[in-house]
Write a protein that binds this ligand. Structure first.
Ligand code: SAM
Length: 202
C-alpha cells in the first residue's frame, strides 16, 4: 500500500532496504519516479501486488512493516477500476474481513519480536461514527500481534477541519482530526501472553 512512496523515500534516506507493494500500477510508477534521486545507494524494490498475498516474501524474513491502507472507501484510489483495491469496499466489516488476510500475511513474513506499524483513521457514515481504527486493531490482536503503541497523529486538511478548528482549540478537544499510528509487535514463540489476553480469545 505504498501509494506515492513516502515510506520507501524514507528507507532510501536512511539506507534501509525497502520493499513496497501496491495494487495500483499508477502508484508503483509514481513511487519509482519519487525514488529517482541521487546520493543514496541502498536498493528499494517496488512492485504491483495485492497486500493480501505476499507469497513472494519468505516467512519470518522482514524486520519492519509500515502500512497505510485506504480508510474503507473515503478516498477511492482507482475509481473502482481495480477490483482488488480495498478502497472500493464500503462496508467496514467487509473491509476488515479482507484486510485480515493482509494482517495474516504481515504476521507470517515478519521476524519474531519485530514490529508492524499501521496508520489508520475513523470516519462517519449516515450520522454514525465508524471506529474503523479500533475494528482494524482488534483484527491485529486476534491474529497474534501485541499492541506496543497507539500514537495519535493530528490529521490536517480534513473536510471538517475549518468548521471545528476554533471549537476544538477553545475546549482542548479533538474531533475526527486525528489518525492512529498503531505499532504492533509479533511476539517471540516462547512468550507467555496469558496475562494480556481478555475473555473473547483476543
Ligand atoms: C492511503 S494510500 C497510501 C498512501 C501512502 N502512505 C503514500 O505515502 O502515498 C493506500 C494505498 O493502498 C493501495 N491499495 C488498495 N488496495 C490494495 C491492495 N489490495 N493491495 C495493495 N495495495 C492496495 C492503494 O492503491 C493506495 O495507493
Amino acid at each position: 500500500m505504498v501509494g506515492g512512496g513516502t515510506t520507501l523515500i524514507e528507507c532510501k534516506l536512511l539506507n534501509r532496504k525497502g520493499t513496497g507493494i501496491d495494487i495500483n500500477p499508477v502508484s508503483v510508477e509514481l513511487t519509482r519516479k519519487n525514488l529517482d534521486f541521487e546520493g543514496f545507494s541502498t536498493p528499494q524494490k517496488v512492485t504491483v501486488g495485492d497486500v493480501r498475498n505476499l507469497s513472494q516474501i519468505e516467512n519470518g524474513s522482514v524486520d519492519l512493516i509500515m502500512t497505510h491502507p485506504p480508510y474503507i472507501n473515503i478516498i477511492k484510489y482507482s475509481d473502482g477500476k481495480i477490483v482488488e483495491d480495498l478502497s472500493n469496499i464500503s462496508s467496514p466489516k467487509k473491509f476488515c474481513d479482507e484486510f485480515e488476510f493482509a494482517i495474516r500475511e504481515f504476521f507470517r513474513v515478519l521476524k519474531e519480536d519485530c514490529h508492524c506499524a499501521i496508520l489508520i483513521g475513523d470516519t462517519r457514515k449516515s450520522r454514525h461514527y465508524v471506529p474503523l481504527s479500533y475494528y482494524v486493531m482488534e483484527r491485529f490482536l486476534k491474529n497474534g500481534f501485541i499492541l506496543k503503541e497507539d500514537i495519535i497523529k493530528i490529521q490536517h486538511n480534513c473536510g471538517s477541519t475549518p468548521y471545528w478548528k476554533a471549537t476544538a482549540e477553545q475546549y482542548n478537544i479533538y474531533l475526527i482530526m486525528h489518525e492512529h499510528l498503531f505499532v504492533f509487535r509479533k511476539p517471540r514463540n516462547e512468550e507467555d501472553l496469558s496475562r494480556f489476553r481478555y475473555s473473547t480469545g483476543i
